[in-house]
Ligand binder design. Structure first.
Ligand SMILES: *Cc1c(COP(=O)(O)O)cnc(C)c1O
Length: 397
């Protein structure tokens, strides 16, 4: 059994997994077409086609495929102008990838708290931090504690649910910050009826095995800005100025997605609407069955959000529920149900000790109490009923 939330593959036989791939006949057909054509690596038509179809699906003008969501974030930060020793504001409650991407640019994260209802980066917490920053004659803002320049805001749409982008974008504008959106967990969600991917100047998605759609591993950067898209494509393909004589105009990366992966992506993308509908169906069923159980508090959907419900997660209050989330997780495991905690809050992470943190009591509380329940798009109602029964039985086990 793997224990990482982001490594869903190995689930014990008969076990109901957390979020495992949903692959069908169309995936097989397109991957075989790719194999038959011999286009397995970076040369070939499938990557271009996946980029075009993905851009259309989210309503953006341009999409650049990458080897992972983390790679998409790294390049997004670079093309947004984040530089060595800058600071980037992001939530403490998130998978670690966006914070790592900030460090790949030689910049530093600033961790801020999340809101207790929807668990997203809290605009009030961002504002409280920015208010303390000092403005210089050129209108740039500096963190007085670290003496580093605050350069960008990096909201994460956590667990399928969009962050409060209008409030956050207004802050970015007021303080002259670049705005890079991490929508890697939330493909198919919308904010005030606008699809994620059409909101920020640059947005990153992930096709890791446990995400809304998968290419095995992969990511996508989307933008409406042609110059930015061109620059991103250039950087992800080793910054080649002359592909014949191998002249490179910058230090780029091998962040390409392969055609084989893109073929899988094209097939998965055709099923995105159905996947999102299924995720919402699963969340609604969990909500109806467990939402009123004492001490079990699911993440709530904001009035301005249509969540893609990547994972159904809830806070478990041990006193009211009957056991804490660790014990609940162990009991579910014995019942053949894979449940998972959230990620260590990043302001407490040994990997990011050199970064500045604002107080993040809500992130700490949610992280210590939260559990995610099986949310795969192939989860049948009968299987979900088994999960629900196991949760209810765990209360007095
Ligand atoms: C999955 C994820 C990523 C990117 O993941 P990859 O595995 O690199 O595709 C980035 N940020 C968050 C919040 C994620 O959950």
């Amino acid at each position: 059994m793997r224990s990482d939330l982001h490594e869903p593959g190995a689930v014990r036989a008969g076990m109901i997994g957390l979020a495992t791939p949903n692959l069908g006949a169309r995936e097989r057909e397109l991957v075989l077409e790719c194999l038959d054509a011999g286009w397995v690596s970076s040369a070939g038509p499938f990557v271009d086609r996946f980029e075009k179809e993905f851009a259309t699906a989210v309503g953006a003008r341009f999409a650049v495929a990458t080897a992972s969501g983390t790679a998409a974030l790294h390049v997004a930060l670079r093309v947004a102008g984040v530089d060595q020793d800058d600071e980037v504001v992001l939530p403490s409650l998130t998978f670690i990838a966006p914070a790592n991407a900030v460090r790949y640019q030689g910049a530093f994260p600033v961790f801020v708290d999340v809101d207790p209802g929807h668990w997203q980066i809290a605009p009030d917490a961002v504002r409280a931090f920015l208010k303390k920053c000092r403005r210089d004659a050129e209108g740039r803002f500096w963190n007085p504690e670290t003496k580093r320049r605050v350069r960008a805001l990096l909201p994460v749409d956590l667990l399928g649910h969009p962050a409060d982008h209008d409030a956050l974008r207004a802050l970015a504008q007021e303080y002259g910050l670049a705005y890079v959106e991490d929508a890697t967990e939330s493909l198919g969600a919308s904010y005030k009826k606008k699809a994620l991917g059409t909101i920020a100047p640059v947005t990153a998605f992930s096709f890791n095995g446990n995400k809304l759609i998968t290419t095995g591993g992969g990511g996508m950067l989307v933008t409406d800005d042609e110059a930015l898209a061109t620059r991103a494509k250039y950087l992800t393909t080793q910054a080649k100025d002359d592909p014949v004589e191998f002249v490179h105009g910058a230090v780029g990366y091998n962040y390409r997605l392969t055609n084989l992966q893109a073929a899988l992506g094209i097939a998965q993308l055709e099923r995105l609407d159905a996947f999102v509908a299924t995720k919402r169906h699963i969340a609604a069923r969990y909500g109806a069955a467990l939402g009123a159980v004492p001490g079990f508090r699911p993440i709530t959907e904001a009035s301005w959000a249509a969540s893609a419900w990547w994972l159904f997660s809830a806070e478990v209050d041990a006193a009211a529920f009957g056991c804490d989330r660790r014990e609940l997780s162990a009991r579910l495991e014995r019942a053949g149900v894979q449940a998972r905690p959230l990620w260590q809050a990043l302001h407490e992470s040994p990997a990011h000790q050199r970064s500045w943190s604002e107080p993040c009591p809500v992130a700490t509380r949610i992280q210590s109490a939260a559990i995610s329940l099986p949310s795969s798009t192939h989860l049948a109602d009968a299987e979900q009923d088994r999960v629900i029964a196991a949760v209810l039985a765990s209360r007095h086990a």
